[in-house]
Unconditional design. Structure first.
Length: 392
């Protein structure tokens, strides 16, 4: 389908808006919880490594259900999957608010991730179905801004809730957001009824080597992304003496800029008709920015904070390109399964990254942790080399 269709096809922008709301409400959990990591650590009496486990808990559930959710979305449609998943996620977050132990909190957040995982495939599949390839990079870039947008909103709201109300209220606030996202999905999402040709290889995602390579390479990108975003507030607060509110403001700023970067690189990929070449260039820039942050760990905040913001912005910028490339490689009819497979890999990286990063920092230093995070995108860069030659 092309962007010039009139009538019902103009509804694609409403579909995009619904996808943004649904994804933002879920992403607020993943990217918002790091903004209250100090309060979670204090409230539950956790070690730094245990904080890493809590921040990874959502991905425990996601890892199990993302691919099944994607297959279900291909078969029954996006609206039912998004609404059911977000409603269940909201209930699990309410339960998280009533927990009093480390194990209970991890379990509740894992269930929230498992139930809310359908949002990833459903909202992404809807956008892929309604937008043609000539504007898909832009559309998916806008949809992917929902991730840092949700994180930015949560990073501003959650510290205030924990300070002026309670830590429990922060979990209830996240639950309310997911419930609202479910309502918007029910009201606005509908299936594209016009027949479309698949974009590229119609083979099933699990038998498509191109998709597997994209998934593995993307995992090395997300390791750096999660390491930066998950520990930015804790690093500035614990290692550099910045207040939680100010550090959360730095995180929110990074997420807003990261959202803008996703739109920009999506539009860039449409114009040059390539997804992988921009991805590889971002890997090099990200490595340089994180390396600079590692070097400046003990420098004045006037130098360190801009370096961290730049690194975080680049770390958040690439997801839309990877998302689009994987879905296009599978074709529209199997895009839900392809998105689910890719997001499963990214969730695996989301589990490994915070736990490993926290362990490295605990055993060595923040500088060593950032230095190792800087090296990860270079592996993704190398893995994507064969795909870049095909001008995907």
């Amino acid at each position: 389908m092309t962007s010039t269709h009139a009538g019902p096809h103009s509804y694609r922008w409403t579909i995009l808006a619904a996808g943004v709301v649904g994804q933002a409400s879920f992403s607020a959990i993943l990217l918002g919880l790091p903004s209250i990591a100090p309060q979670i650590r204090h409230g539950y009496g956790l070690t730094l490594t245990q904080v890493g486990v809590v921040l990874a808990a959502l991905n425990f559930g996601l890892l199990v259900t993302l691919l099944p959710w994607g297959i279900v979305a291909d078969r029954i449609g996006e609206r039912a999957v998004l609404a059911t998943g977000l409603a269940g996620c909201a209930a699990a977050l309410v339960a998280a608010g009533f927990t009093s132990s480390f194990g209970g909190l991890v379990a509740a957040l894992s269930v929230a991730g498992a139930l809310g995982g359908g949002t990833q495939s459903a909202s992404g599949r809807a956008v892929m179905s309604w937008f043609g390839p000539e504007e898909r990079g832009l559309a998916v870039g806008i949809r992917q801004t929902a991730v840092p947008l949700g994180g930015a909103i949560a990073s501003g709201a959650l510290p205030a809730l924990t300070t002026y109300v309670s830590l429990r209220a922060a979990f209830f606030g996240l639950a309310a957001g997911c419930a609202a996202g479910a309502g918007v999905g029910v009201a606005l999402l509908r299936s594209e009824t016009q027949p479309q040709e698949d974009d590229e290889d119609p083979s099933p995602p699990l038998r498509n080597p191109r998709i597997w390579r994209l998934c593995i390479a993307s995992t090395f990108y997300v390791v750096t992304q999660i390491s930066l975003v998950s520990f930015l507030v804790l690093f500035l607060h614990d290692a550099r003496g910045v207040s939680t509110a100010t550090a959360a403001g730095v995180l929110a700023t990074t997420q807003i800029l990261g959202g803008g970067a996703r739109i920009a690189v999506g539009r860039w990929s449409d114009r040059i008709r390539a997804r992988i070449a921009p991805l590889r260039r971002i890997a090099l820039a990200l490595t340089l920015a994180v390396t600079a942050s590692a070097v400046l760990v003990h420098a004045t905040l006037w130098l360190l904070v801009p370096a961290l913001v730049a690194a975080g912005t680049l770390g958040l910028s690439w997801n839309g390109l990877s998302f689009t490339a994987a879905a296009e490689a599978a074709g529209r009819r199997r895009s839900g399964a392809s998105i689910g497979l890719q997001q499963t890999f990214l969730s695996g990286g989301g589990i490994v990254a915070p736990i490993t990063f926290a362990a490295v920092v605990h055993a060595a230093s923040w500088r060593i942790g950032f230095a190792l995070a800087a090296a990860s995108p270079l592996v993704g860069y190398a893995l994507l080399s064969p795909l870049a030659e095909r001008r995907s």
